[in-house]
Design a protein around this ligand. Structure first.
Ligand code: SAH
Ligand code: SF4
Length: 486
């Protein structure tokens, strides 16, 4: 968030070799370019960033926006802009399809918008067949780069402007971690913070380890420095992000556990809420549970991906836990952390999943009494072991199971939600309610959404709200006083 004086950079010198100085140099060059372009056009030069993926993808987009803003682009909320970038996801096939659809549309805007640039980044760009397809069928894409080197945005735009040619820059192997580049946060009072990149787990259905590389942790001092900086700029809630946060710190020169990191983040003055995503059930430690139980800042929410309730399928998924171990873990979390909510990711239709296996999943949903879940139809990702497995489940069977899971999840989730009706709880207000004029929305510590009548001026404030009515996965409530001072 620190403001950097780009105009003090000497552009007559060669670009520095080291980061972040090199990217700052290119940002300074782009500032000069956007200024000139604005004069030519007689209007602001605009950029539109679109995210297709998970929380980490959205957080990466904030960094892309930060670089674009620092480079002199003005934010645009539609693709009718001078610079359009899609931050892609590839975890399921439909995410890929959506990108191609949007790209087609951007291509037609480009035909009537001279000088418009189109860029693609994100996990999907780490797949070789995708790059081949883009080269062949989408020659109008100006810049293509992966998620592992997305810090290079300014440099690649400059390279494209200089050469007038398509620029492709994909990094194999591990990402390079570059600190201290600008970011533009969607909310002024809450922010994601990457604590690690990559994944070593190789769940058999999942493409993430192939497109993000091996696990790499950021140094605790860099993470804490960023959290302090965010807090100094008014951020009160941070979400620590990684594909498997329990593995945080294992590969550092001086190893640190995730729970230790949480305890350090907790000490940062000004931070009032800490969230994290995602822990893996196979190595969620007692130390972490105890740290959460003893904390007033770590939110009462554990997102604990289940994937399947059948131990047989879990083994084929390479998840390293059984149904019983998962349920015991949920029990322990609920016992030790009063008021905690537990949510999950669940995949329906993994190859070889029988009706019996699926019923085990339903059984876990009931027994774990999830407060919520993201449910997914299994999507075959080429290159993963599961894609080569026999007995791929037919689409109609998958869909039938999916609908039953959703119905059960609604029943179980609403029963959990109902339990807190009548309580007064603290809400961090996000802003105006999208659907009701004169109402605002915010989240409880346990991550449940609450809507209540109030002014948008409450955004970023902690208020006490009485939870009047459960609507299944969210509440309607009434303001019952400010809760800011602590
Ligand atoms: N690292 C996290 C999340 C990774 S991706 C974790 O392990 O939980 C987010 C979710 O997408 C996963 O939890 C899984 O439920 C889902 N997912 C991943 N690959 C998938 C696939 N091939 N088909 C359907 N869902 C998938
Ligand atoms: Fe994918 Fe498994 Fe890694 Fe999560 S832990 S990103 S599901 S391989």
């Amino acid at each position: 968030m620190t403001n950097f004086d780009y105009d003090s950079i000497d552009l007559s010198a060669l670009p520095p070799e080291t980061e972040p100085a090199r990217q700052r140099y290119f940002i300074a060059r782009l500032r000069r370019w956007t200024k000139k372009r604005e004069q030519e056009l007689g209007r602001p030069v605009t950029a539109c960033v679109t995210s297709f993926g998970c929380q980490m993808n959205a957080h990466d987009s904030e960094k892309l926006s930060g670089v674009l803003l620092a480079s002199g682009f003005h934010p645009a909320d539609s693709e009718d802009a001078d610079f359009v970038i899609y931050n892609t996801c590839t975890v399921r096939e439909n995410a890929d399809q959506r990108v191609y659809g949007r790209l087609g549309r951007a291509g037609s805007i480009r035909r009537r918008r001279p000088g418009m640039m189109i860029a693609l980044t994100g996990c999907m760009m780490q797949e070789k067949p995708v790059i081949e397809k883009l080269k062949k069928s989408y020659p109008f894409v100006d810049i293509i780069f992966g998620n592992k080197n997305n810090y290079k945005l300014a440099e690649l735009i400059a390279e494209h402007i200089d050469s007038g040619k398509q620029v492709i820059d994909i990094l194999d192997g591990n990402r390079k971690i570059v600190e201290d580049l600008p970011a533009e946060h969607k909310y002024s009072f809450k922010s994601g913070v990457n604590i690690m990149y990559g994944c070593n787990n190789f769940c058999s259905y999942c493409i993430v380890p192939y497109v993000t590389g091996r696990e790499q942790s950021r140094r605790p001092e860099d993470i804490l420095g960023e959290v302090r900086d965010l807090a100094a700029h008014g951020v009160v809630e941070v979400m620590l992000l990684g594909q498997n946060v329990n593995s945080y710190g294992k590969t550092l020169e001086t190893p640190v556990t995730f729970a230790q990191l949480l305890r350090e983040v907790e000490k940062v003055p000004g931070i009032r809420r800490i969230r994290f995503m995602t822990p893996h059930p196979k190595d969620l430690s007692d130390e972490l549970i105890d740290t959460m139980a003893g904390s007033t800042k770590i939110c009462r929410h554990v997102h604990l991906p289940l994937q399947s309730g059948s131990s047989r399928i879990l083994e084929k998924m390479n998840r390293h836990y059984t149904k019983e171990q998962y349920l015991a873990l949920v029990r322990k979390i609920r016992e030790r952390i009063p008021g905690v909510s537990v949510t999950a990711d669940i995949i329906v239709g993994f190859p070889g999943e029988t009706e019996e296996d699926f019923r085990e999943t339903l059984d876990v949903v009931r027994k774990a009494a999830f407060d919520g879940a993201f449910t997914f139809l299994y999507s075959k990702r080429s290159g993963t072991p599961a894609a080569r497995m026999e007995d791929q489940v037919p689409g109609d069977v998958m869909k039938y199971r999916f609908d039953r899971l959703l119905a059960l999840m609604q029943e179980v989730g609403s029963a959990m939600c109902e339990k807190h009706v009548g309580e007064v709880q603290e809400v961090l207000v996000d802003g105006a309610d999208d659907h009701r004029a004169g109402w605002v929305s915010g989240r409880l510590s346990n991550n449940t959404l609450v809507h209540f009548p109030g002014s948008a001026e409450l955004s970023g404030r902690f208020v006490n709200v009485r939870l009047d009515q459960s609507k299944g996965f969210y509440y309607l409530g009434t303001f019952s006083g400010m809760a800011d001072e602590r």
